[in-house]
Design a protein. Structure first.
Length: 76
């Protein structure tokens, strides 16, 4: 197996995780604008950041799973 192909595969995984995490952060922060009665700053900035971080982790995992579904192993 070519080391370059493994590197490309690993970079794809990292890109999927970063993309998913970015989307999760945006979703967590957008929730404040969509439902300010539920998701507001009254609980504190730390609580909002925890919600954004949880969304980032979850969507990063989903992004990684989607990438691995399409490319489970480096190309031969």
């Amino acid at each position: 197996m070519d080391l370059r192909k493994v590197e490309v595969w690993l970079r794809g995984m990292v890109a999927a995780v970063i993309s998913g995490a970015a989307g999760g952060v945006l979703n967590g922060l957008a929730a404040m604008g969509i439902r300010p009665d539920v998701f507001n700053m009254n609980a504190g900035f730390a609580a909002e950041m925890k919600m954004a971080a949880a969304g980032a982790v979850i969507t990063a995992i989903v992004g990684l799973a989607g990438y691995l579904q399409k490319s489970p192993l480096p190309q031969d």
